[in-house]
Design a protein around this ligand. Structure first.
Ligand SMILES: NC(=O)C1=CN([C@@H]2O[C@H](COP(=O)(O)OP(=O)(O)OC[C@H]3O[C@@H](n4cnc5c(N)ncnc54)[C@H](O)[C@@H]3O)[C@@H](O)[C@H]2O)[C@H](O)CC1
Ligand SMILES: [K+]
Length: 505
């Protein structure tokens, strides 16, 4: 699914209104009724809690007024608070103000003293500003927002938490609504996918309002959100007359003393992701562990007991994953250097292999084209230097991928894949239960298996992060978040593949 900027969203809005002959007021009504549908589902038993709806002067405020009318018609106790307009109110705002039933109490807010008390039991609907925000909020509005944020009310933002830019950096000092929920229209916003904005956006949901699909498919955007639509088109069925040679032979270079568990996790994930054959090269100390824990994998041992110092013959492998549990012994560093200088097979690089590469500019420049790097934010910082903010980090991601012709999976709540073409793909699956040791090793195994099966680097990254998160979500349904282990992801990879394959039908 494409992610549009604020300006592109406005264009899609205008195009839909014009081409489909839908007045913008009708589009606003769709948005309001989609909001109310979601709201009733969420708070359906509740006709007692007062609902305070704060409306700004633009179309976001217009949504708020339409929402107030619809909720009132559904017998919710709503009150409306209206900000003054600097110049004029948006036409659809005015139209909805005229349609507001007289029974709804409406208050114009001019100064802080006009602001209502916001008790714990209240639901606040934030319809102050949406995608039209064009500068940080100032003056009396910030006092109102501070009051909303310091209350214990449940805060629901319409389209955007007010004060948050849709696609640009906010300063830490900007005044922004801290919503518990954000209900947004048609497509996710970039701002929802960045870790620094989590405290403003809360739990976000997208509802369709029927913007013109053709227009959206034609518009150029470097940003994509991975929901089931993309992976379902990528996943390839296994042909009837296939054999293990059809699905590639992967090599996993992994492990050091005390970290053979990472190798086991990565190897199992690789095997559970459809690879034809897997060979693991590990320190000699890992031999019995691997042969026992992962009998399906062939095991090659290093001459060293506790770390990896040498490379096997690489000529028979069509995918190489390196890094989980590797350690940074000087001999291991040499091995990594040797690998980068001798192979043209794209690599899947994780953990200490990334750290070793980060410490040597020559190694970064030696990355085989189309390699895939899977850093967490700290490893990414070692590779590129410190980012000033989330948007700057996206710039660094793009620069790195372009400079080194590689793909980077920047891991996080919405893992972001950067590509050499300058695109960004944000993942939509996964949950906080996956923030536990070993889940990264599992991802390396999955992506390595997909590369071995001849998926392109981009498809392997997209399908890999999606299945990884989906396996986590399936595991969460059984055991919640706290008890979730990396092994549970492996256990549920089969179900994640099945779920994805049903969507391809
Ligand atoms: N996306 C869609 O398809 C639909 C969106 N809808 C809703 O419309 C808003 C966007 O509305 P817009 O009128 O463009 O902008 P806002 O309401 O967010 O605000 C514009 C309003 O505010 C003034 N302003 C901007 N920044 C500031 C500031 N820092 N301080 C004070 N005032 C500011 C600006 O000058 C305007 O007067 C979108 O989010 C949806 O909620 C449609 O309802 C349905 C279709
Ligand atoms: K809002």
């Amino acid at each position: 699914m494409k992610i549009l900027s604020a300006a592109q969203t406005r264009a899609a809005d205008a195009f839909t209104a014009e081409q489909e002959n839908i007045p913008s007021l009708a589009l606003m009504e769709r948005a309001a009724s989609a909001f109310v549908g979601w709201f009733e589902n969420k708070f359906y038993t509740n006709r007692v809690q007062p609902i305070l709806i704060f409306c700004g002067p633009g179309n976001n405020g217009g949504d708020g007024l339409a929402i107030a009318r619809l909720l009132y018609q559904h017998h919710y106790p709503v009150q409306v608070f209206i900000l003054p307009a600097a110049h004029t109110y948006a036409p659809d705002f005015t139209a909805n103000l005229q349609r507001l039933p007289d029974e709804i109490i409406k208050t114009y807010l001019h100064t802080k003293t006009d602001c209502p008390e916001i008790s714990d039991k209240t639901i606040v609907v934030d319809a102050l500003f949406g995608t039209g925000l064009n500068r940080p909020l100032t003056g009396f509005i910030t006092e109102l927002i501070t009051q909303i944020n310091s209350s214990s009310a449940t805060v629901v933002a319409v389209d955007m938490p007010s004060g948050l830019f849709t696609d640009a950096h906010n300063k830490l000092t900007d005044c922004i609504v801290q919503a518990d929920y954000t209900l947004s229209f048609e497509l996710p916003k970039i701002a929802f996918l960045l870790p620094g904005n989590a405290r403003y956006v809360g739990d976000w949901t997208i509802v369709p309002i029927g913007l013109n699909a053709e227009f959206i498919s034609q518009i150029e955007s470097p940003y994509f959100f991975i929901s089931s639509d993309i992976p379902a088109t990528i996943l390839k069925p296994r042909p009837k007359y296939s054999h293990k040679g059809t699905f590639g032979h992967a090599l996993l270079i992994s492990g050091s003393y005390g970290k053979i568990g990472a190798t086991v996790l990565s190897a199992k994930a690789c095997l559970r992701s459809g690879v034809g054959l897997l060979t693991v090269h590990c320190p000699a100390a890992g031999y019995t562990i691997l042969q026992t824990a992962v009998p399906e994998a062939m095991t090659l041992t290093d001459k060293e007991a506790d770390f990896i110092s040498e490379l096997p013959d690489l000529s028979i492998y069509n995918a190489i994953g390196i890094g989980p549990g590797l350690g940074k012994h000087p001999a291991t560093r040499q091995m990594v250097k040797h690998l980068l200088n001798t192979t043209q097979v794209p690599l899947v690089i994780d953990a200490d292999a990334l750290n070793i590469i980060a410490e040597d500019e020559n190694l970064k420049n030696a990355l085989p084209p189309n390699s895939i790097l899977t850093p967490h934010p700290k490893e990414f910082e070692r590779l590129t230097g410190k980012a000033e903010n989330d948007y700057h980090r996206l710039d660094l991601l793009k620069e790195f991928c372009q400079k080194h012709s590689c793909y980077v999976v920047l891991k996080g709540a919405h893992s972001c894949i950067g590509t050499p073409a300058g695109a960004y793909y944000f993942n939509g699956t996964g949950n906080p239960g996956m923030a536990t040791g070993g889940t990264g090793d599992v991802l390396t195994g999955i992506i390595t298996a997909l590369i071995a099966q001849q998926y392109s680097a981009l498809d392997a990254c997209i399908l890999g992060v999606y299945l990884h998160g989906s396996a986590g979500d399936i595991a969460k349904m059984e055991m919640g978040e706290q008890a979730l282990l990396a092994s549970d992801l492996i256990q549920n990879l089969g179900k994640a593949f099945l779920k994805c394959s049903y969507l391809t039908k």
